[in-house]
Design a protein around this ligand. Structure first.
Ligand code: ARG
Length: 477
């Protein structure tokens, strides 16, 4: 974010909220080093919401007068308008979003503004603001995951019966359908959504009332503030309330996994789009050309998703490292929680938005997918299973088919291109194999036969893929 702060406004207000204690001002470098307003101003909406709930509670409890509350509400409404219109003068001298807003409030409404901070500290204030901010971010991410899933389900359904090679070790393994392959990513995104929803429960607890660290001597009503702000409960220990950032780490961990999933899908899209594979094409709006090679169409968007996963993983490690050495309770270190957190949420939001659209622009080249299935003996396991079903022990069947694959390699053909006699000769060294082969073996050597036979829950049979899509749609409804 660009630094929109302006130099000190001057005037007769003290330069700092605690300046009476000090005999000299901080240097400009220290001021810049310690300030967070350039990045925490994006929590202004949450800061105002939190302050209004706090002020309402103070008035209800008789800690401030009703007239003070009215002044605070009037001032905050104006400040919110100024911020929304981009007219608010963020000031580096006021260090962070909290002090900037409080200073402006006091300028607008006088003593009532100075009473707002009664029974509160920036320590419980900032912890509250981040939780409110993160709760909004999680809700947005959950909606975006849902949109991504809806689009994924549509393509998976459309390709429930489109055969492609399934790979292990990036070698052709067994036939699967493209729809089945995509549904694997749907499963991952379902777990992602579960993780964010679960993390939200621990985000949604109210620190306010913990004050600096030990609570406050005013007769506050924390439950009221929690209800006002939509928190499920209050944080139960004041020291923990101001120093806990577990919820931020959990969020970043959930984000890192989500990005890991999308990075893996990106890697596949990139691979599939390479002319050497040619399984898909991506819509032009997600690709760019080369400044020197006129023929190039590069999958820049999936490449960047793969690349941005690094910064999200980095943020998780940054937050874990931020917390590991901190004694209780609040330390200024915690100010460093925001940039990784904001960057992570921004990256996830943008990535999901782009992905939901990008997957609708995938053009499937079904012929190329099917063509790849004829290179790599994709139905070899089906042949072994056929022999087992005819009574041959699996290890013998495995060996018999291995011999058939070697013979096919020598001949330069795929298994279904052998005649029955050729297959029998190839397996001759495994006792009991050749005589178990019948004409019906060619049924299992076809891609369609292989796919259709995997008809249990979670299998790749086209009907099962359609059922999986239907199940997923029902869960969403
Ligand atoms: N800007 C600070 C932060 O992000 C707010 C809390 C400051 N508290 C303090 N005791 N200095 O954490």
């Amino acid at each position: 974010m660009t630094d929109t702060t302006t130099p000190a406004a001057g005037g007769n207000e003290p330069a700092k909220a605690w300046s009476g204690r000090f005999t000299e001002p901080v240097s400009d470098l220290v001021k810049r080093y310690t300030a967070s307003v350039s990045f925490d101003q994006r929590m202004a909406g949450q800061d105002i919401r939190g302050s209004l709930a706090h002020a309402k509670m103070l008035a209800r409890q008789g800690i401030i007068a009703a007239a003070d509350l009215a002044d605070i509400e009037r001032g905050m409404a104006q400040i919110l308008g100024e911020i929304e219109r981009g007219e608010f003068a963020w000031n580096l001298d006021d260090e962070d979003v909290h002090l900037n807003i409080e200073r402006r409030l006091t300028a607008l409404v006088g003593d009532a503004g100075k009473r707002l901070h009664t029974g509160r500290s920036r320590n419980d204030q900032v912890a509250t603001d981040i939780r409110l901010w993160l709760r909004d971010a999680i809700d947005q991410i959950l909606v975006l995951i849902d949109e991504f899933q809806a689009n994924l389900l549509d393509i998976a359904e459309a390709h429930a019966g489109t055969p492609m090679p399934g790979f292990t070790h990036l070698q052709v393994a067994q036939p699967v359908t493209f729809g089945h392959h995509l549904m694997a990513y749907h499963e991952m995104s379902r777990r992602d959504a579960e993780r964010f929803a679960d993390c939200r429960k621990r985000v949604n607890r109210l620190p306010l009332g913990a004050a600096a660290l030990a609570g406050t001597s005013y007769p506050i009503d924390r439950e009221f503030v929690a209800a006002e702000l939509g928190f499920d409960e209050v944080c139960h220990n004041s020291l923990d309330a101001v120093s806990d950032r577990d919820f931020a780490i959990e969020f970043c961990a959930a984000a890192a996994l989500l990005m890991t999933h999308l990075s893996r899908l990106s890697e596949e899209l990139i691979l599939w789009m390479s002319p050497r594979v040619g399984f898909i094409d991506l819509a032009d709006r997600f690709c760019t050309g080369s400044s020197i090679m006129p023929q190039k169409k590069n999958p820049d968007v999936p490449e960047l998703v793969r690349g941005k996963t690094g910064r999200v993983n980095g943020s998780l490690v940054a937050l874990l490292t931020l917390m590991k050495g901190q004694p209780l309770a609040y330390n200024k270190d915690n100010q460093e929680d925001k940039e990784p957190l904001f960057d992570t949420a921004d990256t996830v939001v943008d990535t999901l938005r782009i992905y939901a659209d990008m997957i609708t622009g995938i053009r499937v080249k079904a012929d190329a997918m099917r063509g790849a299935l004829t290179q790599g003996y994709a139905t070899a396991t089906d042949l072994a299973d056929y022999l087992v079903k005819k009574g041959l022990p699996f290890r013998d069947a495995h060996e018999a088919v291995a011999l058939a694959v070697r013979a096919a390699d020598v001949k330069g053909c795929d298994l279904p291109q052998f005649s029955l006699d050729e297959l029998r000769i190839a397996m001759a060294h495994v006792p009991g194999a050749a005589e178990r082969l019948g004409e019906d073996v060619f049924g299992v050597l076809t891609v369609e036969g292989s796919l259709a036979s995997r008809k249990h829950v979670g299998g790749t049979a086209p009907d099962q893929v359609r059922a999986a899509v239907a199940r997923a749609r029902k869960l969403r409804a």
